[in-house]
Design a protein around this ligand. Structure first.
Ligand code: FES
Length: 69
């Protein structure tokens, strides 16, 4: 699904950018999201925050010890 129509940036493009960039501003800047009409900014930021939250939740789940009593 496209997040930014002006730049043709999809959810997958954002996920790929998140591999090399840590913070939201850097992710958006690296892709050029919001640099034209800007109407995509709120949705793009929400998408990034949601993906970061899901990533952090899955990391916490993996790090939990499984055999402690
Ligand atoms: S839709 Fe992203 S800059 Fe226009």
């Amino acid at each position: 699904m496209y997040v930014c129509i002006c730049k043709g940036i999809s959810e997958k493009d954002i996920e790929r950018a998140m591999i090399t960039h840590q913070n939201t501003k850097d992710i958006l800047k690296s892709l050029g999201v919001g640099s034209d009409c800007g109407t995509c900014m709120i949705d793009a930021i929400e998408s990034i925050k949601s993906k970061q939250k899901a990533h952090n939740t899955s990391r916490q789940t993996v790090q939990k010890p499984t055999n402690l009593k």
